[in-house]
Design a protein around this ligand. Structure first.
Ligand code: A2P
Length: 340
């Protein structure tokens, strides 16, 4: 059966993720009948190219979604909170990349390799949430291990690229790097500290319990996507001076015994995963290699010799692609193929 072509809106089309969404729609040959590009009033009238044609960017308003079937949102949480309900009123299904709707019990939170069937839950509010970038790549790697060996506890530390903060952060890293190399004063606007040649153990805002919101997202979203509230997880999230690609050091403790070789074989056939694990030849996942790809790369898979049934691994993925735009478009593909 041919998939129906859809009228697609992209809210936040001028941003780092929005532009990648357009690229993904093109690359994956999404069934687009018409496209509407939306951003703030600052960008109204700008032109972006889609499938070789120039498309004029319009200001996002509550009337932007009339006649649209699907809207991909990546314009910040406040914008999603305000505008997603207007889209839903028009019968347009929102796939939202912000954190605004992720923990709403009436909104599915979907990683297609893990819980594709959850998409059906869009019918209640006409909204589907795309998880946080650092959560997506982690659950793609964790889910097969959980199904085979049952994960009891996860300790994760992240090394996250500046592109996750948006275009302004990408520019800030470049400007600060240039300034440092030229012995000029470093200017800060996006982050509270210099990001060039530095690591900031601070992503999103601090909570009362001493964790950041990013760290709590990794726990709460993982439980929701993997539909298991018994998984224990503790995270430290760190911003590093990398443009594209988040890296994660993940320590797992399972209920059933496992071996490093068993996990390598399991992940070798897992959806969305590519194992790159040949340390003798210096082969392991790197953000510079992951940038531009949709795989979740896993390497450095080794048993944790300090506990029973423990394992360490290193997981890398392009945060703007699989961590945001690609995952959003994959969700829209399921909607197009099975529901709309
Ligand atoms: P604009 O480019 O007009 O500011 P990034 O994450 O790379 O900073 O991108 C954020 C995206 O969200 C941009 O496309 C930006 O548009 C858009 N955006 C930000 N605030 C609003 C708003 N109030 N209404 C519509 N779009 C917005």
């Amino acid at each position: 059966m041919a998939v129906k072509e859809l009228n697609v809106a992209v809210a936040g089309a001028t941003g780092a993720v929005g532009r990648q969404m357009l690229a993904c729609l093109e690359e994956r040959n999404f069934p687009v009948k018409s496209i509407r590009l939306l951003a703030s009033s600052r960008s109204a009238g700008r032109k972006l190219t889609f499938r070789g044609r120039e498309v004029v960017v319009e200001e996002l308003t509550k009337d932007s979604f009339a006649g649209m079937d699907v809207a991909l949102f990546s314009a910040g949480g406040g914008t999603s909170t305000t505008f997603a309900p207007f889209a839903a009123e028009h019968g347009c299904v929102v796939v939202d990349n912000s954190s605004a709707w992720r923990m709403d019990p009436d909104v599915p939170l979907v990683v297609p390799e893990v819980n594709p069937d959850a998409v059906a839950g869009y019918k209640t509010r006409h909204i589907i949430a795309n998880p946080n970038c650092s959560t997506i790549q982690m659950v793609v790697a964790l889910n097969p291990i959980h199904r085979a060996y049952r994960i009891k506890r996860v300790v994760v530390s992240t090394y996250q690229a500046v592109s996750g903060t948006g275009m302004k952060a990408i520019k800030e890293l470049t400007a600060q790097t240039r300034a440092r190399l030229d012995d000029k004063p470093v200017e800060k606007a996006v982050y509270p500290h210099q990001i060039a040649f530095n690591c900031l153990p601070h992503i999103d805002v601090f909570q009362e319990n001493g964790y950041t919101r990013e760290e709590m997202k990794m726990l709460n979203e993982t439980r929701k996507i993997m539909a298991d509230d018994t998984i224990r997880l503790t995270a430290t999230t760190v911003r590093v001076p990398v443009y594209h690609g988040h890296s994660e050091s993940i320590n797992i403790e399972t209920e059933k015994p496992m071996t490093a070789d068993g996990v390598k074989a399991l992940l070798g056939t897992a959806p969305g995963v590519k194992v790159l694990d040949d340390p003798e030849n210096n082969i392991y996942p790197l953000p510079v290699d992951a940038a531009g790809s949709d795989w979740t790369y896993v390497g450095r898979i080794r048993e944790d010799e300090s506990i029973e049934n423990g394992l360490n691994m290193w997981v890398v993925s392009d945060n703007i692609r699989k961590g945001a735009a690609t995952n959003t478009v994959q969700i829209a593909e399921i909607l197009a193929a099975e529901y709309l």
